[in-house]
Design a protein around this ligand. Structure first.
Ligand SMILES: [Zn+2]
Length: 434
């Protein structure tokens, strides 16, 4: 046990080092010293990160300027993305100390912006644009005349053609492949959870806490979906691991952004026998109130309008995190994949029904607890997958549940029972695992 824990620590460290190295590589040679300073970014080192103390917008619909106040100069890279129009700015990991609400209100060409960690060692600011715009200028100023060091980004209105022409190869995002490379080199949990013993034939369960990093998910008051679902996911992992019957892999164990496709990929490369994505919903105030947990499976056509709205909202995660959606591979049409998908669908639906059966005796469920829609995170053709919305952060009672340890323990317990029932049946019909 101690051995295993040690290995995790070591691997965690080498992941950070790999990430720091990749960052240094992608940000140019002069960033190497920067990366060295940043590594290892353990909790104790947090205070060594540059501090971003303020951010503001100036200008109008033709020209808009973004100014970031820092305590030291940093390297950065900015690029534009289409559909939706965005500007993404990648910087080394910084500690954001913005006033609450910063970025919620736009100005000129910028509708809003968000910021956060996108990978260990790397932070990101994503600007939602009101229309096509180009980066006219961007630079870092040293401290001068009583002003702190500043990073300035100047945007200028262009038409769609001008915008698309601006998407030259050198302007293409690189952090996405960088994330992929870092994962390939050392997937955080995927690797650390790999069995030391290749004879480990236990079924693999992937637990996927939604959102993370720059993508907060839904929010209510100070509570963020990304934090609630992470604590739940970790509690679920601990509960399932107790029996020793399964190998559990987390898509994330900290506040890091993971693109949707990478979550699906992780399930596939781990040959997972089950994928459980954990989320919490919110209903816009004008749409009244809703409460209770809902279990979703994948379908081409949403089971109702609410399921469609939800899938659309959850599928926005990549756009929020600044991923270039045009880079996503198109799906392979293959008869084998089709067959696998049909079987997978049967298993997904079976698990969803078992889960509802267990959960409804302990947890408040939505009035229609089983639904389906086109969630991108459920699209592994060969891994039975469900997405659980634990409740509505917009509902007072549900939010209380989500924050209650007692509720979490009960819910995690019923989910673990459903998982046991699912695999008892699977193993009985399919025989022992290969
Ligand atoms: Zn969500």
């Amino acid at each position: 046990m101690a051995n295993r824990a040690n290995r995790r620590v070591l691997q965690g460290c080498s992941l950070l080092c790999v990430a720091a190295f990749l960052w240094a590589k992608s940000a140019g040679p002069s960033a190497a010293e920067n990366a060295a300073e940043l590594s290892p970014p353990g909790p104790a080192a947090t205070s060594n990160f540059p501090v971003a103390s303020g951010a503001r917008l100036a200008g109008d619909d033709k020209q808009t300027r973004f100014i970031l106040d820092l305590d030291k100069t940093i390297q950065f890279r900015a690029f534009t993305l289409a559909d939706p129009y965005r500007v993404v700015m990648d910087i080394p990991q910084v500690t954001f100390q913005f006033a609450p609400g910063t970025g919620n209100v736009g100005r000129g060409l910028v509708k809003a912006f968000r910021y956060g960690l996108v990978m260990p060692g790397g932070s990101r600011i994503v600007f939602d644009l009101a229309g096509p715009a180009k980066i006219a200028n961007s630079y870092v100023l040293e401290a001068a005349n009583g002003q702190p060091p500043r990073l300035v980004l100047e945007l200028e209105e262009v038409d769609r053609t001008g915008f698309v022409q601006g998407l030259t190869p050198e302007n293409r995002p690189e952090l996405k492949p960088t994330i992929a490379e870092a994962k390939a080199a050392m997937p955080p949990e995927a690797a650390s959870a790999k069995p030391a013993d290749p004879a480990d034939s236990r079924p693999v369960i992937v637990i996927d806490p939604g959102h993370g990093g720059i993508d907060n998910g839904t929010q209510s008051g100070g509570e963020m979906e990304k934090t609630l679902v992470l604590s739940f996911g970790l509690a679920l992992r601990d509960q399932i691991e107790k029996s020793g019957k399964y190998r559990v892999v987390m898509t994330r164990t900290d506040d890091t952004f993971i693109p949707l496709n990478d979550r699906v990929k992780m399930a596939r490369t781990q040959s997972a026998a089950l994928f459980v994505s954990i989320h919490a919903d919110a209903l816009p105030r004008r749409e009244g109130d809703a409460q209770g947990a809902t279990i979703y499976t994948l379908s081409d056509k949403a089971s109702d309008a609410e399921a469609e709205r939800l899938a659309e909202a959850e599928n926005k995660a990549d756009a929020i995190g600044g991923v270039n959606l045009n880079d996503e591979p198109t799906e392979v049409a293959d008869i084998l994949i089709d067959l696998a998908r049909r079987e997978t669908k049967t298993f997904s639906n079976r698990f969803a029904r078992l889960l509802m059966g267990e959960m409804k005796s302990t947890v408040r469920m939505h009035k229609q607890p089983l639904k389906s829609a086109g969630f991108r995170v459920l699209k592994a053709p060969d891994v039975p997958s469900v997405l659980v919305e634990l409740g509505y952060v917009s509902n007072k009672g549900d939010l209380e549940h989500l924050l209650s340890e007692n509720w979490r323990t009960r819910t995690v317990g019923s989910m673990a029972q459903a998982i046991d029932a699912f695999f008892a049946k699977r193993l009985a019909t399919a025989g022992p695992p290969k």
